[in-house]
Design a protein. Structure first.
Lengths: 224, 267
C-alpha cells in the first residue's frame, strides 16, 4: 500500500510538473487581462507584454535602445525580461547629453522593427531556455505596430524638454538628479505583474486531484 | 551580465529537470541498479552545459539565418489560409507534418554514413537517463531542429498558438530517454514512451522506433519495435571517442584524420 501511494504521488507530481511546464511555456500563467486565450505567449512573457502595455512610452519592457529587453534565460523561471536601471542611466547619459533636446528614452523604431521581424525558431528540441520569437504576421505584432504609430503621435515628451536648453550646461549634480528622476519614472511605470491568476491555480489544483484519483484507480485495478 | 543570466537559467533548468525526472527514475526504474552518478555522467553534463551555454545560441542564429529565405517559398495567401484554421487543426497538422519529417530525417541519420557520423554521438551513450538525452552533436541538433521547424518556416504555422505542443515535444524528448519503465497500456501506440525509445538505442544501428512524439509513423512504415523487456545494452558497436572534445571533432574531420591527430599528439 505504501509503495502504491508513493507511486501514485510520484506519478501525480510528474504529470502536474509536465502540465505546469507546458502551460507556463504557453504563457498561461501570465496574468493577462487583454486576452483569455490559453496560449498567450510562446515564451511566457513577450506577447503578454505587447498586449497589456497600452502606452509604450511608459513601458520599460518595450525596447529602449536595446537595453530593456534582457532575456535572462527567458524560459523556465523568468516571465518578464529584467530592466537593468544601471545600464539605463549610463546609456541615457550617452544618448541624451549630445543632443540636449530630450530626457525621455528614445525609441529606436528601426531596431524595434528588426527585432520584430526576427523569425520564430526552436534552437533545440530539448531546450527549455531559449526564446521563441513571434512572427511579424502575428496579431499581437499588429497591435504593437498600432501602438508604435500612436507613440509617434505623442510630441509631449519632447516639448517638455524644450525648456532645458542643453543638458550639457547643467551642473553635474542637477544633471544626475534629472537622470535619476527619469529612471524613477520609468521604474515606477512598470506594469504590475503581481496579479494572481486564480483561475489558473484552481484548474491546476483540480488537475492534480484528477490525476491523483485516476492514478489510484489505475493502480488499484492493476493490483487486482 | 548576460552570461550570468544564462548560467542562472541553465542551473535552474538543470534543477527543474532533476526535480521532475529523478523521482520517476527512482520509483519506476528501467534499470534498477543504475546510480544517479553513473558512468559518463560528467560527459553528459558537459553536453548539457554546452547545449545551454554555447550551442543553443549558435543553432538559434543559424536557424534565424536560414528561416529568412525559407519563409518566402510559400505565397502569403496560402500562409494566411493556414493560419485562419482552428488552433486544434493547426496543432494536429504540425504534429503530423513534423513527425513525418522527423521520422524520415531520423531514419536517414541511421542510413546515410555522413549523417550517422554526427548522430552516433547521441547513440554513444551507454546508460540512458534524462541527462543522456542532451548528448547531441551541435550539427546534429541543427539538422533535427531544422526539420522540426520546417513546417512552420515554410507553411507559416504561427508559433504562438502552438507553444504548448512545442513545449510538450521538448520535455517529452527528454522523458523518453529517462531511466523509466512505466507501461501506458494501449496508449503506447499513440504516444512515444521510454520503453520504445530505449529499444531505439539498442546496439543495432537499425533498431527501429525512429518516431519522436508518436510511434504512429513507426507503425505505418513498419519499424515499430516493442519487446516486453528492456534492452540488455544500449550504445553503439563502433569504436568512438569517449571524451567531449573528441566527440565534437571526430565527426567533422573523420575517424582517420582524428586518429592521425591523436597519434601526433602522443608523439
Amino acid at each position: 500500500l505504501v509503495q502504491n501511494i508513493i507511486k501514485v504521488l510520484t506519478l501525480g507530481f510528474f504529470i502536474s510538473m509536465i502540465t505546469g511546464f507546458v502551460l507556463y511555456r504557453s504563457g498561461y500563467f501570465d496574468a493577462t487581462t487583454a486576452s483569455d486565450s490559453l496560449q498567450v505567449s510562446p515564451n511566457g512573457g513577450e506577447l503578454y507584454i505587447a498586449q497589456v502595455d497600452q502606452d509604450s512610452t511608459k513601458s520599460p519592457q518595450q525596447t529602449i535602445n536595446g537595453y530593456s529587453r534582457k532575456k535572462i534565460m527567458p524560459s523556465t523561471k523568468s516571465a518578464v525580461p529584467i530592466f537593468d536601471m544601471e545600464s539605463v542611466k549610463q546609456d541615457m547619459k550617452k544618448q541624451l547629453l549630445p543632443s540636449s533636446k530630450s530626457i525621455a528614452p528614445i525609441f529606436d523604431l528601426e531596431e524595434l522593427n528588426q527585432q520584430e521581424s526576427s523569425q520564430e525558431i526552436l534552437p533545440s528540441s530539448k531546450s527549455m531556455t531559449y526564446p521563441i520569437d513571434i512572427k511579424p504576421e502575428a496579431t499581437a505584432n499588429e497591435i504593437e505596430n498600432e501602438k508604435r504609430e500612436d507613440f509617434k503621435k505623442q510630441p509631449e515628451l519632447v516639448e517638455d524638454l524644450d525648456d532645458v536648453e542643453a543638458l550639457g550646461e547643467l551642473p553635474p549634480s542637477e544633471e544626475a538628479e534629472m537622470l535619476d528622476e527619469v529612471a524613477e519614472t520609468i521604474e515606477s511605470s512598470e506594469p504590475e505583474s503581481t496579479h494572481i491568476n486564480w483561475r489558473g491555480i484552481w484548474i491546476g489544483v483540480l488537475g492534480i486531484l484528477f490525476v491523483a484519483l485516476g492514478s489510484i484507480v489505475y493502480f488499484k485495478r492493476r493490483s487486482k | 551580465m548576460t552570461f550570468l543570466y544564462m548560467l542562472l537559467g541553465t542551473v535552474l533548468s538543470f534543477v527543474f529537470l532533476m526535480i521532475v525526472f529523478v523521482p520517476m527514475e527512482r520509483v519506476f526504474p528501467a534499470k534498477k541498479n543504475q546510480p544517479f552518478f553513473r558512468k559518463a555522467w560528467v560527459l553528459d553534463l558537459c553536453y548539457f552545459l554546452g547545449q545551454y551555454l554555447l550551442w543553443g545560441s549558435v543553432v538559434y542564429f543559424l536557424l534565424s539565418y536560414f528561416s529568412d529565405w525559407l519563409t518566402g517559398i510559400v505565397p502569403t495567401s496560402f500562409r494566411e489560409l493556414v493560419q485562419s484554421q482552428p488552433i486544434w487543426v493547426q496543432a494536429i497538422e504540425v504534429i503530423v507534418l513534423s513527425d513525418l519529417l522527423i521520422y524520415w530525417g531520423h531514419r536517414l541519420q541511421h542510413t546515410i554514413p555522413f549523417l550517422w557520423r554526427f548522430h552516433k554521438v547521441h547513440h554513444s551513450a551507454e546508460r540512458l537517463d534524462w541527462l543522456a538525452a542532451h548528448r547531441e552533436h551541435p550539427l546534429d541538433s541543427i539538422y533535427t531542429v531544422g526539420l522540426i521547424n520546417l513546417p512552420m518556416f515554410i507553411v507559416g504555422f504561427p508559433m504562438e498558438v502552438l507553444a504548448g505542443v512545442i513545449a510538450f515535444r521538448g520535455i517529452w524528448a527528454i522523458y523518453i530517454h529517462s531511466n523509466v519503465r512505466l507501461s501506458i497500456g494501449p496508449l503506447k501506440k499513440i504516444i512515444g514512451s521510454p520503453e520504445l525509445h530505449h529499444w531505439h538505442h539498442h546496439l543495432d544501428r537499425d533498431a527501429g522506433n525512429y518516431a519522436n512524439i508518436s510511434p504512429l509513423m513507426d507503425l505505418i512504415f513498419g519499424t515499430y519495435v516493442c519487446p516486453d523487456h528492456e534492452p540488455e545494452a544500449v550504445g553503439i558497436r563502433e569504436d568512438f571517442s569517449k571524451n567531449y572534445v573528441g566527440q565534437m571533432i571526430e565527426p567533422i574531420v573523420g575517424k582517420s584524420q582524428w586518429n592521425k591527430f591523436l597519434r601526433r599528439i602522443k608523439k
